[in-house]
Each structure stands twice: as structure tokens, then as C-alpha cells.
Write a protein that binds this ligand. Structure first.
Ligand SMILES: Cc1cc2nc3c(=O)[nH]c(=O)nc-3n(C[C@H](O)[C@H](O)[C@H](O)COP(=O)(O)OP(=O)(O)OC[C@H]3O[C@@H](n4cnc5c(N)ncnc54)[C@H](O)[C@@H]3O)c2cc1C
Length: 594
């Protein structure tokens, strides 16, 4: 008797905060759900998180999700037999240079638009809120600060256990000390999950296995490109001089954050160049584990903290902590349904914000799993954006050394990654380069973003103001407008859509009239069933029953997946090197008509 059910509607792999939140939200919807954890709940990355909970994210929907997280954590905390340790003490973000001040100010106006309360603080008010702060020379030293009253901090183990407890109460089965070993699949569907204790038939699976997710994806033919990096913090001794109501403090220019924790200070780091970890795999017995401290690496950030918070010069460090967390190539996590798979969902790669994200993630994932689609636009974090070339260990190791640091570096407009470049080049690369192209990366492709003029270096000089390539872009626009331009579209994904009813089919899925004259290019949008926009595309009518469909390279899988939903209705061939592996069997050679 193993206690395993023979069948369950949804199996979640992984019992960290993310898996438990998805279980909670599915159980709330009366879905029969089983969560499988290889060791104990929280034993991966969750148990050692610092527990900062912020609300402002890069888009409205991600901010809404983070806001929902705090509301949920608050709600659970107020329930009789539950305690999440959630403390809504706010957070204070400080700018140490003018560019950061500009960045934070822009964030504030965006946040207010998203319905967040944010207050700009004078130096006096900052000192009042955070008495331990030292401003040496206000003019040179600190440019400003912003207070987010609804942010806070939480105990990561407690919130996970609360979610698990509530999920169980609503009928979810949680089975610990039971590793998922493999999956049985029929066509593009997982039918059974094989675990150490036996197998379970299921309708859908969710991979929520943190830094193990890439490995688990491989068991069912799914790319989940992420890499673990070491993440450091230090915890001071107790001091009665540390006020208990301090907000969370973020000073990104010094790469540090600070949290008050039972009369101690926790100082965490997002250093500029991170240390990737787990290159030879994650040890089998990894459970509530930590990694060796590296003071040479962490020391400079601790020094920054000491000059900003003089009390640290008097306090001893009680413990140093170093734990692994998974990072993705673009610093955005993965959510949603895997393209070309009928019943596999992913929720992984949380780039150090898994605790604050978990509530909202559980909510949107449960809707996605039940409805097979997301109710809201979550393209920035959709697993469909993953491209095959990214699932490469060297690429991931190199890129993740940069992405951890990007969390606290300035988020410049038009930022170009510095690592893992030159992965895919067009045959024209050298010619374009010798003509002064300044390249940027899109979906692994090196693309000319602008061209230099005489004696100019092909280099971005980042700014929140006018860009250094403004005049170059102006010249290019003028040239194309008054003469003729030749655009290189090698990196774009291209599909040929053909068959006797191609025009009708395209009229059904696109916003524009596609019954155009031969040779005409139409800029249009690909729509979904609710008439929402899925992609921004151009379509050229090549022949009466043949069209060339051109889309952004990052959108390759998403578009193809949308089009493939119309099984057996179109003749579709693919003409793109972005992801040649993804050519579903059912659609390579169909001749039936729409
Ligand atoms: C030092 C540090 C500080 C952090 N601070 C913060 C913070 O302040 N705020 C914040 O929001 N985030 C923070 N984070 C990030 C946060 O901890 C993570 O994003 C989050 O815990 C990820 O949760 P998860 O459920 O995805 O992964 P995990 O917690 O790692 O859970 C995955 C689970 O899957 C299980 N598993 C793996 N393989 C299998 C298998 N084959 N079968 C069954 N189960 C399997 C593992 O055992 C593990 O328990 C921090 C991270 C670190 C390292």
C-alpha cells in the first residue's frame, strides 16, 4: 500500500512554494490534484529564501499577480490556525545616482498607474523610516528614495506549509519522499507519471521543480532552459538597537538588500557577476542544503552595506548563507502550457522572486491548467517563448552569470546582453559588420540595430535620455523614406501557408482582409478565439493559394502553435531555422482544406 492514487486529474512535480501554491489554487477549484515531492516540502530553494515580498513588476499583469500574492499571504495569515509570518512593513528603495533616480521615478509613475501606493521620500523622512541609515553627503551620495507601504516580508517555509495545509484540507494529496522518475507518453500527451513509489495515471502534469525543472523537462521532451546560480546573504547577531518595524531596504546601486529579522539584519546581494552552480548536476541527496560561503565574492557588497548602515561595523555576523536558485536567460520566469504538448504545463525559473510571485502564479496557473489557456496576457513569462538554441548548458551557464546581476543593475532601455552572444548569425553578418552595423540580440540572432557614421564606434551608450544612435536612426529613416531600403529579415520566422482555402483560413485567423492581390504585403495581427492579439505579423500573397507568413523569431513557437490548433485544415510548410525540431507530425503534409 503506497498511498498513491491510481489516477488523478493533475500531477504537480515539486513541493516548493510554487508547486504548493498551484496545488492550493487547483484544489480551490475542486480539481483532483496530487503533488509529488522527491524529499520534503520546501527542501529545494524555498526554505532558505530571504522572503522579501514586493509588488511592483515590469508589466501591469505581473504587478497584479504580485499584488494578489500579498493579499493572499495577508488573508492566510489572518486565518485562525495559520501563520505565514507575513509582515507588511513596506519597502524603501534608494537611488545612489541620477540614472537610478530616473529609473525609480519611472517605476513609481508606472506603479501608480497599476494602482500601487508609492511615496517619494525626503532624506529626513527616509531617516525617520530607517534610522540605521547613514547618508554621508546627501548631494553626492544619495539622489532620492521611494517608499512602497504595501510591500513586506514573509517566512518562506511558513507560507509554503500554509498553502500545503489548505490544499490538503481541500482534498489535494501531497506525497513526499517520492521522486518522479519518468513519464509515459502517447503522441504529445503524458498519460502516466512513474515515481519511486509506483505510477499514477493523469490528465495533466505541471513541472514546478525549481532548478531541477530542466532535467524533468528532458524526461518528457520539453526544453526548460534555466541554470542555478549561487545567491548569498549574511545574518547579523541580535541587537536591541535594531528597530523591529524597519521596512525592507533595497539599495540596488550597492547591489544590496536588507531585511530586519527578529532583531537581526539579513543582508543579501545581487552582485554584478554571479557564480553559476550545478554544472555537473544537482547532487542526488540535495535537501535543505547550502553551498560554501565565498567571502571574496560577497565581501565587497558587505563593505557597501557597512558604509550605508554603520551599525554593521559593531555587530558580529551570526551566519553566512549561500544557496542555489534558478535563473533564466532573460531573467523572466516560465509559466504556462508547453507548445506542441497536449497536457504539460511549466512553472519554473523564478530568478529570486519565487516567494513574492507564488500567490499570483498559483492563481493564473490554475486557470491556465483548467482552461488550457491563460485568461490574461502573460506573454513576457510564457514558456512558449523558449527557443531550442537556449537549451544548451554552456549558453545557460554563461548567460546566468549575467542575469542574476541584472536584477540590481540599471535597467537601461535598449540594454544588450553582454554574455552568450553570437549564437546565430545571418550569412550577411560580416558584410553588415564591415558596413558599421551595431548588433543587438533577438532570439539568439545577432541583428543590426543601427549603423554607425564615420568615426563612430558601434556601441550603445546607455541613457534614459536621447540615445547615442538617435541621429543614425534618423538618417536611416530619412534614407528609406526618400529613397529605397533593403531590410534583412533572415532572423524572422517564416511559414508558407498554402492550400485551396488559404485566403479564407487567413481571413479567419487574422484581423485584416487577406484576399489581396498577388505580391501585396499586409501588416496584420494573428488573433485568438476571443479576438485577442496573439502576434504582430506581415503576410505576403505569393500566389493565389500561397502566402508567406513572417513573424518575430521569439514568437515562432507561439504562432505555429496557434496555427496548428487548426489540425487538418491547412497545408503548412515551415521555412525557418529558428526551431526546426518543432515540426509536429500531424501538420507537415496535410492537404485538406479549410
Ligand atoms: C538566498 C536566496 C534568497 C532568496 N530570497 C527571495 C526573496 O526574498 N523573495 C523571493 O520572492 N524569492 C527569493 N528567493 C527565490 C525563491 O526562494 C525561489 O524563487 C523559490 O523558492 C522557488 O520555488 P520553487 O517552488 O520554484 O522551487 P523549489 O523550492 O526548489 O522547489 C522545487 C522542488 O521540486 C522538488 N523536485 C525536484 N525534482 C523532483 C522530482 N524528480 N520528483 C519530485 N520532486 C522533485 C525539489 O526537491 C524541490 O523541493 C531567494 C532565493 C535564494 C537562493
Amino acid at each position: 500500500m503506497t498511498g498513491l492514487p491510481s489516477h488523478t486529474q493533475v500531477i504537480i512535480v515539486g513541493g516548493g512554494v510554487i508547486g504548493c501554491s498551484i496545488a492550493y489554487h487547483l484544489a480551490e477549484k475542486d480539481i483532483d490534484v496530487t503533488l509529488i515531492e522527491r524529499k520534503s516540502l520546501t527542501c529545494g530553494t524555498t526554505w532558505h529564501a530571504a522572503g522579501l515580498v514586493g509588488q511592483l513588476r515590469a508589466t501591469k499583469n505581473l504587478t497584479k499577480m504580485a499584488k494578489y500574492s500579498t493579499e493572499l499571504y495577508q488573508k492566510l495569515n489572518s486565518m485562525d490556525d495559520l501563520s505565514t509570518g507575513f509582515k507588511q512593513n513596506g519597502s524603501l528603495s534608494i537611488a545612489e545616482n541620477v540614472s537610478r533616480y530616473e529609473e525609480l521615478s519611472r517605476g513609481v509613475s508606472m506603479g501608480r498607474n497599476f494602482g500601487l501606493e508609492i511615496e517619494e521620500m525626503s532624506f529626513e523622512k527616509m531617516k525617520e523610516k530607517y534610522s540605521l541609515l547613514n547618508f554621508q553627503n546627501i548631494d553626492d551620495d544619495v539622489k532620492g528614495g521611494f517608499f512602497h507601504p504595501n510591500d513586506g516580508q514573509i517566512n518562506p517555509v511558513d507560507i509554503t506549509m500554509c498553502l500545503a495545509k489548505e490544499a490538503r484540507r481541500m482534498g489535494c494529496k501531497i506525497i513526499e519522499n517520492n521522486k518522479v522518475l519518468s513519464f509515459d507518453q502517447e503522441e504529445d500527451k503524458v498519460t502516466r507519471v512513474i515515481t519511486e513509489m509506483g505510477s499514477i495515471n493523469c490528465d495533466k502534469i505541471v513541472i514546478a521543480a525549481g532548478m531541477w525543472s530542466r532535467e524533468i523537462g528532458k524526461m518528457c521532451g520539453v526544453s526548460i532552459p534555466l541554470h542555478a546560480c549561487e545567491h548569498f546573504y549574511a545574518l547579523t547577531e541580535f541587537s536591541s538597537e535594531i528597530p523591529r518595524d524597519l521596512p525592507v531596504l533595497r539599495i540596488p546601486d550597492s547591489q544590496m538588500y536588507v531585511k530586519e529579522d527578529a532583531g537581526k539584519l539579513l543582508i543579501g546581494a545581487f552582485e554584478k557577476k554571479a557564480k553559476p552552480w550545478g554544472m555537473n548536476g544537482i547532487p542526488e541527496n540535495f535537501e535543505f542544503d547550502s553551498l560554501p560561503n565565498d567571502l571574496e565574492h560577497f565581501g565587497p557588497i558587505l563593505m557597501n552595506a557597512m558604509s550605508r548602515l554603520p551599525i554593521l561595523n559593531e555587530l558580529g555576523i551570526q551566519s553566512y548563507f549561500n544557496g542555489p536558485e534558478s535563473f533564466t536567460p532573460d531573467d523572466r520566469y516560465y509559466l504556462g502550457k508547453v507548445p506542441y504538448k497536449e497536457n504539460i504545463f511549466v512553472s519554473a525559473g523564478f530568478n529570486s522572486i519565487g516567494i513574492q510571485s507564488a500567490g499570483g502564479v498559483g492563481k493564473v496557473m490554475s486557470e491556465w491548467i483548467v482552461n488550457d489557456k491563460s485568461k490574461v496576457d502573460l506573454w513576457d513569462v510564457d514558456i512558449a517563448r523558449v527557443l531550442d538554441f537556449q537549451d544548451d548548458s554552456d549558453y545557460l551557464r554563461e548567460r546566468s552569470s549575467e542575469t542574476l546581476g541584472l536584477l540590481y543593475k540599471l535597467h537601461w532601455p535598449y540594454y544588450q546582453y553582454e554574455t552568450a552572444r553570437n549564437k546565430i548569425q545571418s550569412p550577411l553578418f560580416d558584410i553588415l559588420k564591415s558596413n558599421g552595423a551595431c548588433f543587438g540580440e533577438a532570439a539568439g540572432w545577432e541583428r543590426p540595430n543601427w549603423y554607425t557614421s564615420a568615426n563612430q564606434e558601434a556601441k550603445y551608450e546607455y541613457s534614459y535620455g536621447r540615445q547615442n544612435w538617435f541621429e543614425n536612426a534618423r538618417e536611416e529613416c530619412d534614407a528609406v523614406r526618400s529613397n529605397i531600403g533593403l531590410f534583412e529579415l533572415t532572423s524572422f520566422s517564416k511559414f508558407i501557408i498554402k492550400g485551396k482555402d488559404s485566403a479564407n483560413f487567413l481571413n479567419y485567423v487574422c484581423v485584416s482582409d487577406m484576399n489581396t492581390s498577388i505580391g501585396k504585403i499586409t501588416y496584420t495581427q494573428l488573433l485568438n478565439e476571443e479576438a485577442g492579439t496573439e502576434a504582430d505579423i506581415t503576410i505576403t500573397r505569393l500566389e493565389n493559394n500561397k502566402y508567406l507568413y513572417v513573424t518575430a523569431p521569439t514568437s515562432h513557437n507561439k504562432d505555429l502553435f496557434c496555427l496548428f490548433k487548426f489540425k487538418g485544415v491547412i497545408f503548412l510548410t515551415i521555412n525557418s531555422s529558428s526551431n526546426p525540431r518543432y515540426i509536429p507530425k500531424h501538420n507537415t503534409n496535410l492537404t485538406s482544406s479549410f
